[in-house]
Design a binder for this molecule. Sequence first.
Ligand code: NDP
Ligand code: 8X3
Length: 252
Amino acid sequence: MEKIVLITGATSGFGKSAAKLFAKNGYNIIITGRRNDRLVALENKLIDLYDIRVFLLCFDVRDQQATTEAIASLPENWKKIDVLVNNAGLASGLSKIQDGDFDDWNKMIDTNIKGLLNVSRNIMPLMIARKKGHIINIGSTAGKEVYLNGNVYCATKHAVDAISKSMRIDLLEHGIKVTQICPGAAETEFSEVRFHGDKTKAKEVYKGFQPMSSSDVASVIYYVTTLPEHLCINDLVLTSLAQANSYYIDRK
Ligand code: NDP
Ligand code: 8X3
């Protein structure tokens, strides 16, 4: 039986690695993101490597109408989504809350909270109709503890934590699994985006310790989908061995 996964933010980092791993394991994949050139390149690569089908949806999760239209545009057979990976997200800026930039705040709130809701709101009814599905929300250690200068990013990931718990309760009677995965530091384009393109500053974040890679995180995203039907990992915090939590990293 063919399965379908929809992954938001598949143009980079966790989302891209997860797309490759689900494809390797025979899933048909709906890849989404704003950068169409990257989506096309990934589609070509996946089709070349694996005997699966790929559907590409290019939209901004912050745009409620575009999100609804994109998901509505899926052919009926592609609407049978088994797994939704709510991964698209970002940190923008790292500064004291009193110095915060309104544009950065809006970007994070609109993407990490409202974007996740925009996508989920359109997919949950499809899963409810089929009485099955698995929603995997990518939270963060930043959604478990707040840290200096993390303020609004941490708040958005705390919101993902609350939304994940709420989804699990509200969807309980429909047999839909909800898993939150909360990674710690992983070297992707995340820090480059946080520091508005400053690659040197981004590199500093991972100096002196081994962070996770995007494929480390992808392997856990895929793993939670491999459990028996009656089992659900609700909440999972994942760091590299060198990291204990948001505050403690063993840098040599
Ligand atoms: P990347 O920057 O490498 O990837 C982020 C992905 O999100 C990209 O594919 C990007 O696609 C997509 N995205 C961002 N904004 C939008 C938008 N408005 N609409 C649609 N897609 C969007 O970062 P990561 O892979 O590291 O991050 C993935 C998730 O993991 C995020 O939610 C992040 O907060 C979380 N996370 C990351 C950690 C880390 O240390 N790296 C740790 C814990 C959590 P495009 O730009 O093409 O739209
Ligand atoms: C990303 C990890 O530590 O930068 O969510 O908040 S951290």
